[in-house]
Design a protein around this ligand. Structure first.
Ligand code: GCO
Length: 262
């Protein structure tokens, strides 16, 4: 099992004060990694998350910075490397979604989704990876989506960003694999998080649609992502590069089925 050993590794997980980010960071932390928690909403929220990690015996420390602001990212990476140490694992998880039909969507809203979901993984990676290149070792994981492969009414900007992130992942792998840096993605299916809460309401047509559309016939539990996160953070994936591991209960494997079919 040493293949999956990440004890003592330092893992920066952007957007790790809640939801999928917290679930993946928690998985890495329970496997022995030191967790560098990031958020941008409030220091209070970060402190609360750090306390939650520590309550489970996870070594965690929080850093508030805006992943879309390059100056803040440069300062944060320098502070992290000075106070915590080298960043061995980077999970670009921070993301937003705006559910608006494209015809009605404001350009500013479209740009903001692209900025957080596609540009920020580039900005954070650009400033974390030089250290990995120097050490000839590192792991970068970009959190993609079903929308890296599929379209859906009202989430056009998000799909554009997540589709782009899949290709950014492939190009990062193309440029950095020679430095023994593995860059891959995780593509969550539909998970029970605050982000999906508006469409996961009992009686909401999309809720039933997802349960029927997913061969596993349920919404995912965020903890279901921990395994893929540990795999892509450990020696077990040292020759895996530029791929997206979809954790989706089988959505992408099937055309789906009529509601009256078991
Ligand atoms: C939506 C959902 C999705 C999921 C996830 C699926 O509105 O369709 O919020 O975007 O969050 O990204 O992979």
């Amino acid at each position: 099992m040493s293949l999956f050993d990440i004890k003592g590794k330092n893992a920066l997980v952007t957007g790790s004060t809640h939801g999928l980010g917290m679930a993946m960071a928690r998985g890495l932390g329970l496997a022995g990694a030191n967790i560098i928690v990031n958020g941008n909403s409030s220091q209070e929220k970060i402190d609360k998350a750090v306390a939650e990690y520590k309550s489970e015996g996870i070594n965690a420390v929080g850093f508030k910075f805006n992943v879309t602001n390059e100056d803040e990212v440069i300062a944060a990476v320098a502070k992290i490397e000075a106070e915590v140490g080298q960043i061995d694992i980077l999970i670009n998880n921070a993301g937003i979604i705006k559910r608006t039909p494209l015809i009605e969507m404001e350009v500013e809203d479209f740009k903001q989704v692209i900025d957080v979901d596609l540009v920020s993984p580039f900005i954070v990676s650009k400033h974390v990876v030089p250290g990995m290149i120097k050490r000839k070792a590192g792991k970068v994981i970009n959190i993609c989506s079903m929308m890296s492969e599929l379209g859906r009414n009202s989430v056009g900007a998000y799909a554009a960003a997540k589709g782009g992130l899949k290709m950014l992942t492939q190009n990062m792998a193309t440029e950095w694999a020679k430095y023994n840096i593995q860059v891959n993605g995780i593509g969550p299916g539909y998970f029970a998080t605050s982000q999906t809460a508006p469409i996961r309401v009992d009686g909401h047509p999309f809720n039933d649609f997802i349960v029927n559309r997913t061969p596993a016939a349920k919404w995912g539990d965020p903890n279901d992502l921990a395994g893929a996160a540990i795999f892509l953070s450990s020696k077990a994936s040292d020759f895996v590069n530029g791929h997206v591991v979809y954790v989706d209960g089988g959505i992408l494997a099937t055309i789906g089925k009529p509601t009256n079919e078991d």
